[in-house]
Design a protein around this ligand. Structure first.
Ligand SMILES: C[S@@+](CC[C@H](N)C(=O)[O-])C[C@H]1O[C@@H](n2cnc3c(N)ncnc32)[C@H](O)[C@@H]1O
Length: 196
């Protein structure tokens, strides 16, 4: 008889296999992607893709109904270079086909996890930058924006403590369009890192 833990492992295995299959189907050929992690309902990525029709864009979020709404949005607009996928950031990075590389990465208003005991859940971390680096050539930029000052300071420290990415103090934000969370924010800060 399967224990609960074994059942959980089976479920994770199945979920990973499905995600690997979806990614392979979405990107059957070599691709350099503009990736947004935690895209929510996809407002930002849908408009970004429409503004840059030459770019192949992917928005990823954990929550399925947000992804469905994002897909409907680009279908209605006839934007053919944007894809959306339900998935967890680390799993998506891990399971992308080897011929997929990232051209630029956007993390806009990620969950701040304000309580100290939850900091381990923050996406922007040493582990994240090192997994991301495996998918990026030198010169690729990762754009991070938050309205939570402690998370911004945390991100600055994360960058200072590793040597795969370098912080750019002077940068041009490539595309301004308010996200849902940006719209609610009184102020925000942006951090840009470039892959070494
Ligand atoms: C605070 S919302 C911001 C949404 C959008 N970027 C905006 O600015 O309006 C954070 C989003 O990140 C997603 N998310 C959180 N952790 C994630 C992860 N590990 N992988 C993928 N998406 C994640 C959540 O489901 C949520 O939609």
């Amino acid at each position: 008889m399967n224990t609960g833990y074994e059942q959980h492992l089976e479920w994770v295995k199945k979920r990973r296999a499905e995600l690997r299959q979806k990614l392979a189907k979405l990107f059957p050929e070599p691709a350099d992607l503009s990736l947004e992690i935690g895209c929510g309902h996809g407002h930002w990525m849908a408009d970004f893709a429409a503004a840059f029709p030459e770019k192949q864009c992917l928005g990823v979020d954990l929550i399925g109904d947000r992804i469905e709404r994002a897909e409907k949005k680009v279908a209605r607009a006839g934007t053919s270079n944007a894809r959306f996928l339900r998935g967890e950031a680390f799993e998506v990075l891990d399971l992308m086909p080897d011929h997929v590389r990232l051209n630029e990465v956007f993390i806009l208003f990620p969950d701040p996890w304000p309580k100290k005991r939850h900091w381990k859940n923050r996406l922007f971390s040493q582990k994240f930058l090192s997994e991301l680096a495996k998918r990026c050539r030198p010169g690729v930029r990762c754009y991070f924006r938050t309205d939570h000052d402690p998370y911004f300071e945390w991100a600055e420290e994360v960058v200072a403590e590793q040597d795969l990415w370098s912080r750019e103090h002077e940068f041009v934000w490539p595309f301004e369009r308010e996200t849902v969370f940006q719209n609610r924010a009184e102020s925000y800060q942006s951090l840009v890192v470039v892959k070494l």
